[in-house]
Design a protein around this ligand. Sequence first.
Ligand code: NAP
Ligand code: ZN
Ligand code: ZN
Length: 347
Amino acid sequence: MIPVKAYAAPAAKAPLAPWTFERRDPGPRDVVMDVLFCGVCHSDIHQARDEWGNATFPMVPGHEIIGRVTRVGAQVKGFKPGDLAGVGCLVDSCRTCASCRKDLQQFCQQGPAWSYNSTEMDRRTPTYGGYSKQYVCDEAFVLRVSPALDPSAAAPLLCAGITTWSPLRHWKVGKGTRVGVVGLGGLGHMAVKLAAALGAEVTMLSTSRAKEADAKRLGAHEFGLTSDKATFKRLAGRFDLIVDTISAPHDYNAYLGMVAVDGTMVILGVPPAPTPVHAFSFIGGRKSLAGSLIGGIAETQEMLDFCAERRLAADVEVIRMDQINEAYERMMKGDVRYRFSIDLATL
Ligand code: NAP
Ligand code: ZN
Ligand code: ZN
């Protein structure tokens, strides 16, 4: 077993604190890496605070992991010591169901193994995330990361990047598509950058007037202030695709009003409580209300390669590991520009 230093949430209402645990001995197909940076996703907060009702403790959050490979098993072909490597939300799946065969491991019909607050596919060995010094993962779920990207800024691509890339690709966003991005946080800022890079006409829909200049700098062509009711009237029927990244309860009906005929609103944010949706909000205009969950492994690699080619990554504020509780408080207030990235050298 490999003893690993980490930060863990000991219980749902407790702050994160230093903790040590053991990772499994690496097998012949495993890659062992020293974690360099780990992004802080709002899903870490939801789970560490047990807002989704599925938490197991102690919990080591973190699924936006960039590491330096230190060792590989005898059968590993794609990685060698010294390589940069990434691990996102997925660390294994059944590999044989219809979803897995279509490279949609996130929808594995047996339920995938997640990088934390989960177990390996043996359903016994707990998984612990990237707020830790080392990670061990089967090569099939490890991503190649270009050294052309700053690793602190590349880390958030492993969740915020792929979660926004996947729906943009699925709904064929490209030149001339009108995309509305709701919520300018970690996911939102990646959605703006990626949609703009794909050639879309992007409007940032935010509650924060103070983020308007940033939204434009990130690639948005327009800005709509959603705390002002007039914005919903002005932009009624405008968007082919709305990408909703809000982490807290809000009125889906109001946002559906801004979707064009035959357009789609895709929900990415997972507020802790359900929200009512009226049929009238989408039967008029033949609108679709959809959801999307991260992305498969091949698609994640495609996104990382696209980003490396364009030198595109997250805007990060690098923090020390012991600043994590403060970082959570700031994210709860929308005070992050636009992703915290933990420097694991500080642990
Ligand atoms: P984040 O960085 O905290 O950003 C969320 C943004 O939502 C905020 O910056 C804010 O933007 C807006 N917002 C927050 N509270 C709001 C409220 N009460 N009303 C209106 N807007 C509000 O979070 P994140 O890491 O991007 O994650 C966003 C959500 O996506 C979380 O629920 C997370 O669990 C979920 N998620 C889903 C997937 C998936 O696969 N579907 C993957 C990762 C994360 P403005 O200041 O611009 O209004
Ligand atoms: Zn995430
Ligand atoms: Zn499967």
